[in-house]
Design a protein around this ligand. Structure first.
Ligand code: T4K
Length: 369
């Protein structure tokens, strides 16, 4: 059992000595960034691993999302969820768009498709749903609504690394999907991210957007940004990819232990139900309701007293943050489910090398009221 604090997550790291071999190659060829050999290899390796058409690497997920919105030339209003990390809505405002918040479904915790149509106005051009905790959105219904109203769909798939839906990658739904490879994610490159797209034309467009809009040495055809992943990140990603299946497998065991040992605790709910073998176990959210004797915040504080740092993802709702709370769609009465869930959710520590003894200590604290 560790004496160390236990955080909600801890990055998986491959053996250091193996990474040194990659660094030696970088030192030898002195290509540090701007689409070098490791960058190209990682794009190909991820395309194959994820089973998608094209992967465009970025220096982080937030920039990937900005670039994706820019490349799709979206304007006006975009329907999105308040129940996410704040980067989701920020990406809209940074690209000159207006977020319109729509409530979530109480079982999936994702954008509720039944509430989307009534939020569409003449200014709506797109939908930005989030596969929260890696749990798939109602992609078929969202696609049908988008088609009927001529809207584009870009998924914030920051949590959805490797998830499949039916017989294909979940990331192949919508025009684009964004991935995050942040240190706290199942697959990390320290910081990093990607956009998954369907055709070579869009890949080329995104490649240019992330390199200041350069088309060749002397041509800048559009406004771009510096969104490039560097060679150290890409090399790390290539090595990391060799271990990701094993890491997910370890996480599955942690997930199963929580479920088995907390199942009978009254007032603790597991939601959403993860999708069996197809989950990546990136988070372990529980909902705390009466008859559990203490509130969510009470349990959060109790765990902290024992140096266990569970997190209230996603509280507060994005719609309650200062930049958003003045929006008409941000009113709590428009978002009753998200408001309720945000007050009840607690994400318990989950990562590949969480020791069973440490996990049992967490479980014991939750069981002992
Ligand atoms: N969309 C969604 C739906 C997202 O969830 C995110 C990111 C994005 C977009 C944007 O993607 P990126 O631009 O980040 O690629 C964390 C992450 O910083 C953020 O990436 C993530 N979502 C969000 C859900 O969680 P914080 O502020 O909660 O992280 P922090 O620093 O408190 O880390 C949590 C715990 O993890 C720490 O208590 C300890 C542990 N940790 C963290 C880091 C950074 C480590 O052990 N090592 C580390 O290096 O936001």
């Amino acid at each position: 059992m560790s004496e160390q604090p236990i955080f909600v997550t801890r990055p998986s790291l491959p053996p250091l000595e193996k990474f040194v071999t990659y660094l030696e190659k970088i030192w030898a060829n002195r290509i540090l960034t701007n689409g070098g050999p490791f960058h190209q290899q990682l794009e190909q390796a991820l395309t194959d691993y994820l089973g998608v058409e094209h992967v465009v690497l970025f220096n982080n997920g937030a920039t990937a999302l900005l670039a994706g919105l820019h490349a799709l030339e979206i304007t006006g209003e975009v329907i999105t969820t308040p129940y996410s990390f704040v980067a989701t809505a920020h990406s809209l405002v940074w690209t000159g768009l207006e977020p319109v918040f729509v409530d979530i479904d109480p079982s999936s915790l994702n954008l509720d498709p039944a509430r989307i149509e009534s939020a569409i106005t003449s200014r709506t051009t797109a939908i930005l749903p989030v596969h929260v905790y890696g749990n798939p959105c109602a992609v078929d219904e969202i696609e049908a609504i988008a088609k009927a109203h001529g809207l584009k769909v870009i998924y914030d798939a920051a949590h959805a690394f490797g998830i499949r839906y039916g017989d294909r990658s979940l990331l192949s739904w919508g025009e684009l999907s964004m991935l995050s490879f942040h240190a706290t994610k199942v697959f990390n490159t320290f910081e990093g991210g990607a956009v998954v797209c369907k055709d070579a034309e869009m890949k080329l467009k995104l490649d240019r957007v992330k390199n200041f809009g350069f088309e060749d040495e002397v041509t800048v055809g559009s406004v771009g940004v510096n969104g490039k992943m560097n060679e150290v990140q890409a090399a790390f990603g290539l090595l990391q990819l060799q271990y990701v299946d094993a890491a997910i497998c370890q996480r599955r065991k942690v997930d199963a232990r929580y479920r088995e040992r907390l199942r009978d605790v009254k007032g603790i709910r597991f939601t959403p139900e993860m999708n069996g073998d197809n989950a990546n176990y990136s988070y372990f959210p529980i909902l705390i309701d009466p008859p559990y004797p203490i509130s969510r915040d009470g349990l959060y504080a109790k765990l902290r007293e024992s140096d266990i740092h569970a997190r209230r993802y996603f509280y507060p709702l994005i719609s309650n943050f200062t930049p958003y709370r003045g929006l008409h769609s941000a009113r709590a009465e428009n978002l009753p489910i998200a408001t309720e869930i945000a007050s009840r959710v607690l994400c318990l520590p989950i990562y590949s090398d969480l020791e069973p003894d440490d996990q049992d200590r967490i479980i014991a604290l939750i069981r002992d009221r």
